[in-house]
Design a protein around this ligand. Structure first.
Ligand code: HEC
Length: 217
């Protein structure tokens, strides 16, 4: 008996099912996601998430190129699936809408270091410590850090030749450079820092509520 048609339709059904499951179904679920708009008291509409601009946008490329994702995720799991919220890595869980402007999204796969999805919010009003990018072990109480840093994103220059740079790192103790030398962050270091400051997932979305604040009695 000729089994050709059966084989043909079997193979067609197999490929159609995987095309539906891997392409069509995700498109139907997530394809139309857009930023969430909200209007404040004076009628100004803001959208969350917002597209990154300027230095932070370029910093995202550097973050990817440096392989920071080998150890850092950007995906806060709900309380039922891990202790991310209890560790203070986020104020709410991450949802697909958080990544609408990420191309590609980098939720990451390994968590040797802390999750960075909401790192900018953790920094608060503090400036990003650029010394962290140079060598995280130089930070206070961080001598055993496993974070590798990226010293090649900094340049040593002589103040005699270049003048004193306003962005030069203030290094002290054993890390201090010889007199007359300074350690200056390159544009890439500044862009990567701007990207890290821009990492925020702290505004409530319809599908990801922020925890209710306790009312004062
Ligand atoms: C080998 C794994 C590893 C890699 C690769 C790595 N990190 Fe880290 N990172 C860590 C660990 C572990 C910590 C926690 C210790 C510390 O604070 O230094 C950390 C901490 C951090 C923190 C502070 C987080 C917080 O919550 O305070 C930032 C910011 C950071 N890393 C940025 C980066 C950037 C940017 C890169 C890429 C240039 C990078 N890391 C690459 C392991 C890594």
């Amino acid at each position: 008996m000729n089994q050709g048609p059966l084989l043909f339709f079997g193979v067609l059904a197999t490929f159609s099912a995987s095309w539906y499951g891997l392409v069509v179904a995700p498109r139907l679920q997530l394809g139309d996601l857009s930023p969430q708009g909200s209007t404040n008291d004076i009628g100004v509409v803001t959208y969350v998430p917002a597209e990154r601009a300027g230095a932070a946008r370029q910093g995202a490329e550097i973050y990817r190129a440096q392989g920071c994702t080998e150890c850092h995720t950007q995906q806060v799991r709900p309380a039922s699936e891990g202790s991310d919220l209890a560790r203070g890595w986020g104020q709410r869980r991450s949802v697909a809408r958080d990544y609408v402007f990420e191309a590609p999204a980098i939720p990451g796969f390994s968590r040797l270091g802390p999750d960075l999805a909401n790192y900018g919010e953790r920094l608060g009003t503090n400036a990003f410590p650029l010394v962290r990018l140079y060598n995280p072990r130089l930070l206070t109480n961080n001598a055993a850090s496993l974070c590798p840093g990226a010293p090649y994103l900094f340049e040593v220059s002589r103040t005699k030749d270049r003048g004193v740079s306003p962005t030069a790192l203030a290094l002290s103790g054993a890390a201090a450079l010889k007199g007359g030398s300074q350690l200056v962050p390159t544009l890439k270091a500044e862009q990567l820092a701007a990207y890290l400051v821009s990492l925020r997932q702290s505004v409530e979305l319809p599908e990801a509520a922020l925890p209710k604040k306790e009312e004062a009695p």
